[in-house]
Design a protein around this ligand. Structure first.
Ligand SMILES: Nc1ncnc2c1ncn2[C@@H]1O[C@H](COP(=O)(O)OP(=O)(O)OP(=O)(O)O)[C@@H](O)[C@H]1O
Ligand SMILES: [Mg+2]
Length: 360
C-alpha cells in the first residue's frame, strides 16, 4: 500500500482551475520534490495534502484512508515553512516542546521526543538558547525539530531553505539529506525552486506545469529522458537548446536537417519518425563538444560567461536565430566574436514532435 495516494485531485478558486487531474502515488520512505514555475500550484498541492487548503475534486489517501475532510492535526503530517516563525521568548527546547505540551503529552515523553529530535538535528548544544542567539540555518533546524517531535508519517517542506544565504543553503541541504537517511521510513514532500536541491534530494521529482503533472521520475530520468519540451527545458541549467528541423532519414539512426540552412544532425533511433516530419532537436549545453571540423552547428559567439570549471558560450547559428548555449569545460579565453564549431553524440540528441519526446 502506498503512503500517499492522490487520485484526480483538483483545485479551483472560484471558477479558476489551479490544478487538475493530479494522479500521484508516493511510497513510504520516498522524498518527493515538487518543482515548477512560480504560480503553478506547488504550495497549493502541498497545502491540500496538509489539510490547510480544501480539495476541490478527487481523493487524497494517506495509508489507505481518505483524508479529504480530515482536519490537519489528524492526518499524521507535519509541515515546515520557508519562514520558520519560532517563538522568540522560548528556548530551542521550549519551541520544540510547545505543540506536544499543548496536546497534553506527558512531560517525560515530551522530553524524550525533544531529545531525539535534537540528536538527529545536532541541536543538543543549543537547547537552552533563545532563537535570537542562533544562525538562520540553526533556526531552520529548530523549525524542522518542531516537526520531528510530532513523529509524523509525512513531512511537508515548502521551500524551507529559501531564506538562507548560498553557503548556508548548501550546508542545510546536506543536513536535510542526512536527516532523511536517519529517518528512512519517513515520507517527505519537498517544494523547491532550486535545481540542485531537487536533483540531489529527490527520490523522484514531480514537475508541475499547466495545471497538471508534466512528468514524474527520478532526477536522472528527467534529465536524461524528458517526456516533453517543458521538462527538457525546466530540468538542467542552462536550459536545453531546442532547434527546429525536418527528418530526412530514418532507420537505425534518425537524421534531421535543421531549418534555416543548418546542417544535418543524427539523433538516437526512435519509432514512427517519418521522413518529412517537422521536429525539434534538443541538445543540452553540456552535451555540445567543440570540434575542429564536421560540426553539427557553427555560430558566432556573442557572449561568454566564465564560471571557472566551465565556460558558457552564447552563440547564434545565423543572424536572427535565438542564442544557443554551449557549456564547455575549463576556461575558454577570447571566444567573443569568434566562430565556434560544436557537435554532439547522437545518443545525447533528443527529438521532440509537437512538444512531445519521440523517444521510445
Ligand atoms: N486564495 C487564493 N485565491 C485565488 N487564487 C489563489 C489563491 N491562492 C493561490 N492562488 C493561485 O493559485 C496558483 C498557485 O499558487 P501557489 O501558491 O500554489 O503557487 P506556487 O507554485 O507555490 O508558486 P511559488 O513558486 O511562487 O511559491 C497561483 O496562480 C495563485 O495566484
Ligand atoms: Mg509556493
Amino acid at each position: 500500500m502506498s503512503e500517499l495516494n492522490l487520485t484526480d485531485v483538483a483545485k479551483t478558486y472560484g471558477n479558476v482551475d489551479v490544478l487538475k487531474n493530479i494522479n500521484l502515488e508516493i511510497e513510504r520512505g520516498e522524498l518527493i520534490v515538487f518543482v515548477g514555475p512560480s504560480g503553478c500550484g506547488k504550495s497549493t498541492l502541498l497545502r491540500m495534502v496538509a489539510g490547510l487548503e480544501k480539495i476541490s475534486g478527487g481523493t487524497l489517501e494517506i495509508e489507505g484512508q481518505v483524508m479529504n475532510d480530515v482536519p490537519p492535526a489528524q492526518r499524521g503530517i507535519a509541515m515546515v515553512f520557508q519562514s520558520y516563525a519560532l517563538y522568540p521568548h522560548m528556548t530551542v527546547r521550549e519551541n520544540m516542546a510547545f505543540a506536544l505540551k499543548i496536546a497534553k503529552m506527558p512531560a517525560a515523553e515530551v522530553g524524550a521526543a525533544v531529545d531525539r529530535a535534537a540528536r538527529i538535528l545536532q541541536l543538543e548544544p543549543y537547547l537552552d538558547r533563545l532563537p535570537k542567539a542562533l544562525s538562520g540555518g540553526q533556526r531552520q533546524r529548530v523549525a524542522i525539530g518542531r516537526a520531528i517531535v510530532r513523529d509524523p508519517k509525512v513531512y511537508l517542506f515548502d521551500e524551507p531553505l529559501s531564506n538562507l544565504d548560498a553557503a548556508l543553503r548548501v550546508a542545510t541541504r546536506i543536513e536535510i539529506a542526512r536527516l532523511k537517511e536517519a529517518m528512512p521510513d519517513s515520507t517527505m514532500i519537498y517544494v523547491t525552486h532550486d535545481q540542485v536541491e531537487a536533483m540531489t534530494l529527490a527520490s523522484r521529482i514531480v514537475v508541475l506545469a499547466n495545471k497538471g503533472i508534466a512528468q514524474v521520475g527520478t532526477p536522472l530520468e528527467l534529465y536524461e529522458t524528458p517526456d516533453n519540451e517543458f521538462v527538457a527545458q525546466f530540468i538542467g541549467s542552462p536550459a536545453m537548446n531546442l532547434l527546429p528541423g525536418v527528418i530526412t532519414q530514418t532507420g537505425a539512426q534518425t537524421v534531421v536537417k535543421l531549418d534555416g540552412g543548418g546542417k544535418a544532425v543524427s539523433a538516437i533511433a526512435t519509432e514512427a519518425d517519418d521522413e518529412g516530419k517537422q521536429v525539434k532537436i534538443g541538445v543540452r549545453p553540456e552535451d555540445f563538444v567543440s570540434v575542429d571540423g564536421d560540426p553539427i552547428l557553427e555560430g558566432v559567439v556573442d557572449f561568454t560567461e566564465a564560471l571557472g570549471e566551465v565556460t558558457l558560450l552564447y552563440f547564434a547559428v545565423e543572424d536572427g536565430t535565438d542564442a544557443l548555449i554551449a557549456k564547455l569545460p575549463g576556461v575558454q579565453k577570447n571566444m567573443r566574436g569568434k566562430t565556434v564549431m560544436v557537435s554532439a553524440n547522437p545518443d545525447k540528441v533528443h527529438l521532440f514532435h509537437q512538444g512531445v519526446s519521440m523517444r521510445k
